[in-house]
Design a protein around this ligand. Structure first.
Ligand code: HSE
Length: 298
């Protein structure tokens, strides 16, 4: 009647796939404990590691829990304990870890009546509390694992994509604030046709590369002509990080979600660690505090 879960961090967009592509990191994430209770309601009883609201409707995990609870209508309730390890506002899916973790755990305690797509739908209600819009590109990889592509949000359709065996991600989180709402507001409402052509060629190539384990093609398609030119201005030393990562052998570098974290994909763990050293060097020379992580993608 009680479950403890790990809820993973995720990287949305993956350069060419704004609002559709995402992948899951294997050991960075939050922990949550969910307990069945006799009272028929949802309560948040503990939050450690971040200053977040206890009011259920205003809390990302609370809102997601309510969405699944109101659909399932069990004759008992749930208490939620949240142990945040992912910093809110870091760009590696902090809110979606809370939202997807809680719905995954409640589904287990209910006896698993819902599939991953339905859980994604519930978790999106929580994500909406954080960002004002229901996007699924962090939630889907957290719930499905590996790489995902959100084919459509209404109705919700998620494609689970294969992950090449030796793919690693290096993440650097410079501790500056980039608000998702602002990072969305600065984007142009219309895109140039030539850029759109390059972008859909890259998304298609990227998906093909995942299916065929083609690391060279994957590297060539990790480009973003549409969003990155605007958002990279919000992240100091972005170009330096990108150059350092590529020189260290990385396959490609981009903004993680709406930033400020920056991700680099690499073909093996050794390269991913070399990339980590190279990008640490870039930020070590500045006043900006940062964290780095190396993760396998699965
Ligand atoms: N796809 C979203 C964006 C993710 O880039 O705005 C935000 O976490």
């Amino acid at each position: 009647d009680c479950i403890k879960i790990f809820s993973p961090a995720t990287v949305a967009n993956v350069s060419c796939g704004f609002d559709v592509l995402g992948f899951c990191l294997d050991h960075i994430g939050d922990e949550m404990i969910i307990k069945k209770t006799k009272e028929r309601d949802i309560k948040i009883t503990k939050i450690k590691g971040a200053n977040l609201p206890f009011e259920v409707e205003k809390n990302v995990a609370g809102a997601a829990a309510l969405a699944i609870y109101q659909d399932a209508k069990p004759d008992y309730g749930f208490e939620i304990e949240i142990y945040k390890k992912i910093k809110p506002g870091s760009g590696i899916g902090s809110s979606s870890a809370s939202a997807s973790g809680v719905v995954f755990a409640i589904n287990q305690l209910l006896g698993k009546p819902y599939n991953a797509t339905q859980l994604t739908q519930f978790a999106m209600k929580g994500e909406a509390v954080a960002s004002g819009c229901e996007h699924a590109d962090n939630i889907a990889p957290a719930l499905f694992g590996g790489f995902t592509l959100v084919k459509s949000t209404q109705p919700l359709e998620v494609l689970s994509l294969p992950t090449p065996a030796d793919l690693y991600a290096t993440i650097i989180h410079p501790q500056i604030e980039v608000k998702t709402a602002e990072a969305r507001a600065i984007l142009p409402k219309k895109v140039d046709l030539q850029h759109a052509i390059q972008q859909w060629a890259n998304v298609g190539s990227f998906v093909h590369a995942l299916h065929t384990n083609d690391y060279d093609l994957l590297s060539e398609s990790l480009k973003d002509k549409i969003v990155e030119p605007y958002r990279s201005k919000l992240i100091p030393y972005f170009d330096d990080v990108k150059n350092a990562a590529i020189n260290a052998g990385g396959l490609g570098t981009g903004i993680s979600g709406s930033g400020p974290s920056i991700f680099t994909l690499s073909k093996d763990e050794k390269t991913a660690k070399n990339v980590e050293k190279a990008i640490q060097n870039v930020y070590s020379k500045t006043d900006i505090k940062f964290n780095t992580y190396v993760c396998k993608i699965n």
